[in-house]
Write a protein that binds this ligand. Structure first.
Ligand SMILES: [Zn+2]
Length: 156
């Protein structure tokens, strides 16, 4: 199945996603389709609501390749934050400077239903935070600071 990526301001992107109760063949297929969609768009991360599925599933690109995370949850985060420019497949062509935690630890299930933990920093930590936000209907435009908002407003 060819999955289209839903663009802002579609209201689906504002919905809260449901936990996956059981990692079935259907969920495994969803993860595989999301990885294909991510690779096709040459993105670094994608969440299920971005293809219209309101389930807590994300896929991310890491140094070791693509990974699917089911019911991902941040269990630890560094106090330190950093600002980096980021984009989103639901906002083509838009790049914003966003402040996020420098390091996070995430627990999740993999597509076989096995519990995993992932410690990440830098770009991977950023992607995890961005995609997990999507599962709660939070978008990166919600995270920009006051001055950046004002500057964009003055520029438009
Ligand atoms: Zn996004």
């Amino acid at each position: 199945m060819n999955r289209e990526i839903i663009k802002y301001p579609d209201l689906i992107l504002r919905k809260k996603c449901q936990e996956v109760q059981e990692v079935t063949a259907e969920i495994k297929k969803l993860v595989e389709e999301m990885i294909l969609a991510l690779e096709k768009k040459q993105g670094v991360g994608l969440s299920a609501p971005q293809i219209g599925v309101l389930k807590r599933v994300i896929v991310i690109e890491t140094e070791k390749g693509s990974a699917g995370l089911i019911n991902p949850k941040i269990i630890k985060k560094s106090r330190e934050k950093e600002i980096m420019e980021e984009g989103c497949l639901s906002f083509p062509g838009i790049w914003l400077k966003i402040k996020r935690r420098k390091e996070v630890e995430v627990k999740a299930l993999d597509k076989e239903g096995k519990g995993i933990r992932m410690e990440a920093k830098g770009l991977t930590a950023r992607i995890l935070q961005h995609e997990i936000d999507h599962l709660d209907g939070i978008l990166f435009i919600d995270k920009i600071g006051f001055w950046q908002k004002l500057w964009r407003l003055l520029k438009s």
